[in-house]
Design a protein around this ligand. Structure first.
Ligand code: CA
Length: 365
């Protein structure tokens, strides 16, 4: 059962999160919400989110940020094979939703990339993706509807929604292939992925989400979606949750704070080995933070972006036309697919790390 939000005649929805998208007195047209139900009324400019995730330790923190945002209604969570296999990703998403006391439907998606052999990232996040702390089996089950169809129906029912992708883009590419018209109905498509003009985290050229399914990423980047590219480098250096930040979060004494630090224990160690930087690197929550508040991204520019799918050396590289030379004589032929897309990609180059961390702390209190 797909959760539909935005019926013209009444309030519809499932679980605790109900959104009214049409300006009518809620008590006249709506079912009276149960105590504790979060209702987003039009006067508050409700924003509907659809989150696609290969739920591992940083995804879990990103989900918490979205689920705890008072001005956002998460209509659906769809899972995809990535950091962990899709069944584990689904369990992790359901566990995180339950920990937040929410009831957002979770839909199971693609089990492997479009063409490539599936490669997980358990070396970074732990075998279960959440640092191997033996979290209990979630109480709820996923929906029976497939994630690809859930994406299509949720977008169609909520024109203008914010699509946030935290994993490989397999589900989104499949949804686009099945229903290309959804590209025009998404308000923003915030993609955690890529290594624009910098080194990658899985190869020298590429970031994991793009590398693991480069064909899917290319379909999405060239689809006309209003993509905002949040590269992994934005979560490094000053943006890393350092020991002082960790102690601050632990000092909250909250279950979500404890979980966020604990489930990233394996990732913290792996990140230290990988980069030499000590702390917890949180690419997905940084992307979610920008999805929730675009002004946290302080430096942006729009460019044609293409994804390398031919070379093994640079597989999954997000190639950004930063100097806007794609239409020059020497580049026009190679760049033709990107030049033919309706809009350029918004690339984020810098974030306000202080505000990013404040937003994270607020979500975990
Ligand atoms: Ca992820």
């Amino acid at each position: 059962m797909v959760r539909t939000i935005g019926s013209p005649s009444d309030v519809v929805g499932a679980g605790k999160c109900v959104t009214v998208l049409f300006f009518r007195p809620p008590d006249k047209y709506a079912r009276r919400p149960q105590p504790g139900v979060r209702v987003c009324y039009p006067t508050r400019v409700p924003r509907t989110f659809l989150i696609d995730t290969d739920t591992a330790s940083d995804d879990a923190v990103a989900l918490i940020m979205a689920l705890r945002a008072s001005h956002v209604c998460v209509a659906a969570i769809t899972t995809v094979a990535g950091n962990v296999d899709v069944q584990q990703a689904t369990r992790n998403a359901l566990y995180t939703v339950g920990l937040c006391g929410e009831n957002v439907p979770v839909y199971v998606g693609a089990e492997k990339p479009l063409l490539r052999t599936y490669t997980n990232a358990t070396w970074f996040h732990g075998r279960d993706g959440l640092g191997d702390h033996n979290y209990p089996v979630p109480r709820r089950s996923p929906e029976e509807f497939h994630a690809v169809d859930a994406i299509i129906e949720t977008v169609e029912a909520n024109p203008g929604l914010v699509l946030v992708t935290l994993g490989p883009l397999t589900n989104v590419a499949l949804a686009l292939a099945k229903k290309p018209a959804i590209a025009a109905k998404v308000g923003r498509c915030v993609v955690m992925g890529g290594a624009p003009c910098c080194e990658g985290n899985v190869t020298p050229a590429a970031e994991y989400n793009i590398w693991v399914d480069p064909e899917a990423a290319r379909i999405v980047m060239l689809s006309g979606f209003p993509v905002e590219l949040i590269g992994w480098q934005l979560s490094r250096a000053e943006a890393v949750i350092n020991q002082t930040d960790i102690e601050l979060i632990q000092g909250f004494g909250s279950k979500l704070g404890r979980f966020a630090i604990e489930c990233n224990s394996h990732a913290r160690h792996a990140y230290k080995v990988q980069t030499g930087e000590d702390g917890i690197c949180l690419p997905d929550p940084v992307a979610m933070c920008i999805a929730l508040d675009p002004s946290v991204g302080t430096e942006w520019s729009e460019h044609h972006v293409d994804v390398e799918t031919q070379s093994e050396l640079t597989r999954g590289m997000t190639v950004v036309d930063r100097l806007d030379v794609a239409a020059d004589d020497r580049n026009r032929t190679v760049w033709a697919p990107a030049l033919h897309t309706e809009r350029k990609t918004k690339v984020c180059w810098r974030i306000d790390t202080k505000r990013w961390k404040e937003a994270l702390f607020l979500a975990l209190r």
